[in-house]
Design a protein around this ligand. Structure first.
Ligand SMILES: *[C@@H]1O[C@H](CO)[C@@H](O)[C@H](O)[C@H]1NC(C)=O
Ligand SMILES: *[C@@H]1O[C@H](CO)[C@@H](O)[C@H](O)[C@H]1NC(C)=O
Ligand SMILES: *[C@@H]1O[C@H](CO)[C@@H](O)[C@H](O)[C@H]1NC(C)=O
Ligand SMILES: *[C@@H]1O[C@H](CO)[C@@H](O)[C@H](O)[C@H]1NC(C)=O
Ligand SMILES: *[C@@H]1O[C@H](CO)[C@@H](O)[C@H](O)[C@H]1NC(C)=O
Ligand SMILES: *[C@@H]1O[C@H](CO)[C@@H](O)[C@H](O)[C@H]1NC(C)=O
Ligand SMILES: *[C@@H]1O[C@H](CO)[C@@H](O)[C@H](O)[C@H]1NC(C)=O
Ligand SMILES: *[C@@H]1O[C@H](CO)[C@@H](O)[C@H](O)[C@H]1NC(C)=O
Length: 434
């Protein structure tokens, strides 16, 4: 009985000691904060309107400072003066910071993670990454940044930079971010990606540019990004993409291009490392610009999701279901009512393309056949008559070379005009000289 009692008392004391240790901070430290041990000071959700300066006046070694979910508007210049040598984590997420003054103009030899997301910062000028040699993660999403100033200018050890949901239009000079692995730029205001935009990011593996206003990627914009494996450009305004725009992405595996305004993607030599492409929600036409899709997906481990519409039609077809013939524009199904026929009659180099509805199409073919037959007959008559006249009179007949009549007919679409070698055989080209 006595031993049981002492066991209960012992457990009670242990629990009390643990609880006390977990909640009690040194007397000098603001009582709204908690001290769970290991140099952690937790002042989150504590209703602070100002930086609690008295956290600096204790002898406690603070390594992780958590001030998340308060209403702090600005930081006094000397906020970290007593703490900077030991701090490894500063969490100021979800405050109302407009300004950090000169509080970060001091060296932070151990600082590993700096979280400033969900504030109202409009500039990165107060942060000198060269003073934070151990900084690994910088989180500044959901602020009001419009550019990055000189944030990435000097070499850093930063591997993770999250800047989603700002108003960034210009990247600026980022050539010091050699160790960066992830750059998060979703929900910003980028419109054009200039050449060498990501210069110096040799180690970058994940580049997120979803939900911007990107309408143009200048050739070689991604030059130097030889480590990127996942490039995300979904929900932008891209109309066209080709291999020159993707130059430099030598190790890319995933390409997310969904929900843009793409009408064509020309990757005649897809990057060998590429395994997955998402192009859903675009405006692609199933024509020979996409023939590479057919070739590419023949080999194993290649996946493309998305759809294209047959030329001149609204109905869409999954890219996985489109056949090589359909990409080439060859008519597979003769009963297809929606087949469109373009008749081009060229007289002395002037073209008048006419688009006919399907019912008119059959008629047109017959008209063309009749014309061809008549022309052939006419040639025979001319040749025969000419021979007879020549044999009767010695006078030479003037040869009419100026007037040429060319009759083309094809079962192909408008786009054939731009098509390459593989679709040339679709043409039926009848040229006749009169
Ligand atoms: C710390 O400072 C705050 C004001 O920022 C004050 O309300 C609080 O009483 C101080 N705490 C101690 C323990 O001095
Ligand atoms: C901090 O430590 C110093 C000696 O290192 C001592 O003089 C001072 O009283 C301590 N302060 C507190 C608040 O414990
Ligand atoms: C940033 O906000 C401050 C107020 O906190 C203002 O004075 C300054 O002009 C703003 N700068 C820019 C570039 O908008
Ligand atoms: C940062 O501190 C240095 C001195 O350590 C000073 O020369 C410089 O003007 C300060 N910069 C800012 C932005 O306060
Ligand atoms: C990167 O980290 C290494 C080792 O932690 C350190 O020696 C070096 O100075 C850092 N580089 C920069 C540019 O801060
Ligand atoms: C690549 O990025 C997309 C969106 O940005 C994400 O959904 C996907 O999980 C990422 N893939 C890998 C392998 O990280
Ligand atoms: C889709 O592309 C066609 C040309 O192929 C164009 O006429 C049409 O306006 C585009 N639709 C949208 C929604 O951009
Ligand atoms: C016919 O072609 C010739 C030479 O190409 C040109 O000089 C002439 O203007 C053309 N006539 C018409 C009616 O297009």
């Amino acid at each position: 009985m006595a031993s049981r009692c002492s066991l209960v008392v012992f457990l009670y004391v242990i629990v009390q000691v643990c609880l006390t240790k977990a909640s009690d901070c040194p007397a000098e430290i603001n009582q709204r904060c908690r001290c769970p041990g290991n140099g952690k000071l937790d002042c989150s959700s504590s209703d602070f309107d100002d930086f609690p300066m008295n956290i600096s006046s204790s002898n406690m070694t603070i390594r992780e400072l958590n001030l998340e979910d308060n209403k702090i508007k600005s930081l006094p210049d000397e906020a970290f003066l007593e703490l900077h040598q030991d701090l490894s984590v500063i969490n100021l997420k979800n405050n109302q910071l407009e300004d950090v003054g000169a509080s970060f103009n001091i060296s932070f030899p151990q600082l590993n993670v700096l979280d400033l997301s969900y504030n109202k910062l409009n500039s990165t000028d107060a942060f000198d990454l060269s003073k934070m040699p151990a900084l690994d993660k910088l989180l500044m999403s959901s602020n009001m940044l419009t550019n990055l100033g000189e944030l990435g200018l000097s070499p850093t050890n930063l591997t993770y930079l999250e800047l989603a949901n700002n108003k960034i239009t210009t990247l600026g000079k980022l050539q010091g971010l050699h160790n960066l692995k992830t750059l998060g730029m979703d929900y910003n205001k980028m419109e054009v990606l200039l050449a060498n935009a990501f210069q110096g990011m040799w180690s970058l593996t994940d580049l997120k540019l979803n939900d911007n206003d990107i309408r143009e990627i200048v050739n070689n914009a991604f030059d130097g990004l030889g480590s990127v494996m996942n490039l995300s450009l979904s929900h932008n305004k891209l109309k066209q993409i080709d291999e020159r725009k993707l130059a430099g992405l030598n190790q890319i595996q995933q390409l997310h291009l969904n929900d843009n305004l793409l009408e064509s993607i020309q990757l005649n030599q897809p990057i060998p490392s590429l395994k997955y492409i998402d192009v859903t929600g675009n405006n692609l036409t199933c024509n020979d610009n996409l023939l590479w899709v057919w070739d590419w997906k023949q080999s194993t481990n290649h996946e493309i999701v998305g759809e294209c519409h047959m030329p001149g039609q609204r109905s869409i077809k999954s890219l996985t279901d489109v056949t090589e013939e359909e990409f080439l524009g060859k008519i597979e199904d003769k009963d297809d009512d929606d087949v469109q026929i373009t008749v081009t009659i060229t007289l002395n180099g002037t073209a008048e393309p006419t688009e006919l509805t399907p019912s008119e199409g059959g008629l047109a073919i017959w008209i063309i056949i009749v014309i061809v037959v008549l022309v052939v007959l006419l040639i025979i008559v001319v040749v025969v008559c000419g021979y007879k006249i020549l044999s009767k009179s010695k006078e030479p007949i003037p040869v009419t070379t100026n007037k040429q009549t060319r009759i083309f007919y094809n079962h192909k679409y408008d786009s054939v005009k731009q098509s390459g070698q593989r679709s040339k055989d679709v043409y039926a080209d009848l040229t006749t000289e009169l």
